[in-house]
Structure formats: C-alpha cells, structure tokens
Ligand binder design. Structure first.
Ligand code: F3S
Length: 391
C-alpha cells in the first residue's frame, strides 16, 4: 500500500502515539481489503457512542487517546438525551457513565451531535469520500447523496477522523458501486408512506444480503429512501442502493451504458408481502425517528397530532441540529404529551427496555427492537402510529 512521506512519519510515531495507533488501524484495514492508497475524507461519523453498546472497556480505550480530529466529525446516537435523561427514565448511574463517554469524545474535538442523520448537518455532498459508520447513514450517504463511504466500525471511523483519510477500497471505487440485482416493487394501493418503504426495505434486505440492488417501479422521496435504506441495512448488509431514475449516481451509470436493470437478476416484491408486515396488535408505546426525523417529518407529526393528546408514551427522535431548526414543530408536538428527544434513539437507549410492545414506522427499528430492547415491534404507517399513541 502506497503511503506519502507524511503518512509514513505518522506511522513511525513522529506525530504522537495516538496518531500512530490510528494510522496503524487504517493501514491494517487497507492491507486486508487491498487498498492501494489512503483517500482524504470530508467528514466522519463515529459509532460506539452509547454506553449501552461500548461499556466500560470502550470508555477506557477512548480515555487514553490523545489527539484531535482532522475533519468535521459527529457521533452516532448515545444512550440518552444529554439534558433530559432523567425525564426519559434513565438511571443516574447510566447517565454518569454516558457523560464520561461524551466527554472523552469532546476531548478529541468531535462535535457533540449524536445522530444517525449527519447528512442533515451539511457535512457532505455528492462525490465526497467519507468515513461514516452507522449503517443507515452509510446507505443514505452512498445512495441518496452520491457520496462514498464504506460501512466503518467505530474504531476505524475514529481513526479516519483523526488522520483525515481512509483506505481507498470497496465503495470508494466507482466500479464497485454498480448494481448487481434488480428489484421490481409492486407498491400497495394508495399513497405510499415511509412506513411502506421501511417494510419494502425490511423484505429486500433479506432477499439481497450484501449485494447492491437497483429498484424499479417506485418513486420515493428522500425520507422514504431513508426508511428503505435503513431497513435494508438492518435485515441485509446493504450499504448502497440505486432507484432507477431517482438516485444521483444511477444517471451517471446509465449515461455510460452501465447498470441496465434488464440485464440483471430480477427479484419481485409483491404488494401483499409488504402489507403482511403491517400486523394489528395492542402496543405499550410508540416510537418514531429511526433513522432520526427530518424537519419535514417533525412538521408532519405536529400536523397529525393537532387537537389530540397522547394516551401512551410517544417518543420522537431527531438530531439536535434538526430540532433547533424546527422549534415550532417540536413545541407543537410536545404540547400533546409526546416527547421529542435529541442525541439518542429507541434502540440504543435503555429507556425503551421497560415496554413489552412498541409500535414504529421503521423497518430497521422493527428488526432491531426485539434483540436490543427485548420488546415486540409492530410496524405501522406514521398515521397509524399517531392513532395508536392517541387512542
Ligand atoms: Fe438511528 Fe437508532 Fe435507528 S441509530 S437508524 S435511530 S437504530
């Protein structure tokens, strides 16, 4: 693997022990995956931020690092809202540990935005190379924005953040981004909702595994593609998908005579396979925002809740930057009894473990909640979630 003089010096420890270790991680990864060089990145998103997932050993590892990040870097959701943890039912003991994790990242110069939707924070655009680690963020960046990132682990994303570069292999290379399988979707009747796209992704991920799919027969908006990619990344290992005529890179590929869906293996997802995932059952709580809500979603929730009061716990999750830009919608939602929380999510927070059945509008949450929270998950559309939370 080719290294510049400066990169060699970092590897030799001339810029400190932490940078040496971080370079060692990147070079090790690059060698395993056959990278020829490192490529500069424009931002990093680092998982391993919830104390629930990293525990005391992860915290100790973070504490001994001594360097600053070289590019704008944010965190994945942590286990609690930074200020409102008590209100969410988090124990003081957990809150103290979680705060220590946050402080360890703060020392490294990482922005204390804890979100799986860093693309709402203006830190990437088409063609950028990134080192992002949360699977839905990776799918969105690659597919909807047309940026380039592999699905990094927490340590490799942190190493890339500190060095400002990542090994150039996998999805950093155009030829590795071509679709391998075409999926025809028969959409259910009526106006499709993000919940439907979450259900399609839930099914599609199981069918394609880690292959790159191209979808035909649908015209999702950005929030719907967010739901689609998140679910596919959860039930499969999809880090990039294309939607014919919609996602940015597929146009470039088609102009070059590449990626014709008619030439690929084809899979059909029927409308009744999608509808079958929407099962009716009583729920104890409702949670929206997996991945974290966009501003538009917050406004839609506020609109659907107008004139209602919640009858059971109703959690909505969004990035701090998004709630701050949509304070009116957040206030309107909270007047109904629902709660909008920043920094955390329904899967990584221990607060959700007290419920037996949770209703979500997300295929990813439906896939993760049973294992991560020990609860049954039910998928609904956003309208059904609001109805369940207020009736
Ligand atoms: Fe984000 Fe948590 Fe879902 S990290 S994608 S809200 S599981």
């Amino acid at each position: 693997m080719f290294l510049t003089n400066d990169e060699e010096k970092i590897l030799a420890g001339e810029y400190g022990e932490t940078r040496r270790k971080m370079m060692e991680i990147l070079v090790g990864l690059g060698k395993v995956f056959g990278a020829e060089e490192l490529v500069p990145i424009s931002s990093a998103q680092i998982s391993g931020a919830s104390y629930k997932t990293i525990g005391k050993w992860g915290l100790e590892w973070l504490r001994q690092l001594d360097a600053r990040v070289a590019v704008p870097s944010v965190l994945n959701p942590i286990g609690m809202p930074r200020e409102r943890w008590e209100e969410m039912g988090i124990s003081r003991e957990f809150a103290e540990k979680q705060t220590q994790v946050i402080n360890a990242y703060r020392r490294l110069g990482i922005r204390l935005e804890c979100t799986c939707t860093p693309y709402y924070l203006g830190i990437t655009s088409y063609g950028d190379h990134l080192a992002w680690s949360e699977s839905s963020a990776v799918a969105y960046a690659n597919s909807v924005i047309g940026a380039r990132t592999n699905r990094e682990g927490g340590p490799s994303a942190l190493a890339a953040a500190i060095i400002g570069k990542t090994p150039k292999y996998g999805l950093h290379i155009f030829d590795n981004r071509l679709p391998a399988v075409a999926i025809d979707v028969e959409m259910p009747e009526g106006r499709p909702h993000a919940g439907h796209y979450g259900a399609i992704g839930y099914r599609a991920g199981k069918l394609v595994g880690n292959r790159i799919p191209i979808f035909t027969g649908m015209r999702p908006n950005r929030d719907q593609m967010k739901a689609l990619g998140a679910a596919m990344a959860a039930t499969g290992a999809v880090a990039l998908f294309h939607v014919d005529g919609i996602t940015p890179e597929i146009r470039v590929m088609r102009q070059r005579g590449l990626a014709n869906p008619a030439a690929l293996e084809r899979i059909t997802i029927a409308a009744d396979e999608i509808e079958a995932l929407f099962t009716a059952m009583p729920v104890d709580a409702v949670a929206i925002g997996c991945p974290h809500c966009s501003g538009e979603q917050l406004h839609t929730i506020a609109y659907l809740l107008a004139g209602r009061k919640t009858t059971k716990p109703f959690f909505i999750f969004a990035a701090r930057g998004v709630t701050e830009a949509n304070r009116g919608a957040v206030a309107a939602i909270e007047r109904t009894g629902a709660r909008v929380y920043e920094d955390t999510c329904m899967v990584v927070s221990p607060a959700m473990e007290r419920f037996g059945t949770i209703m979500v509008d997300s295929g990813k949450a439906a896939a993760y909640i049973p294992n991560m929270c020990g609860a049954v998950a039910r998928i609904g559309t956003l309208e059904e979630c609001v109805e369940a939370a207020t009736s």
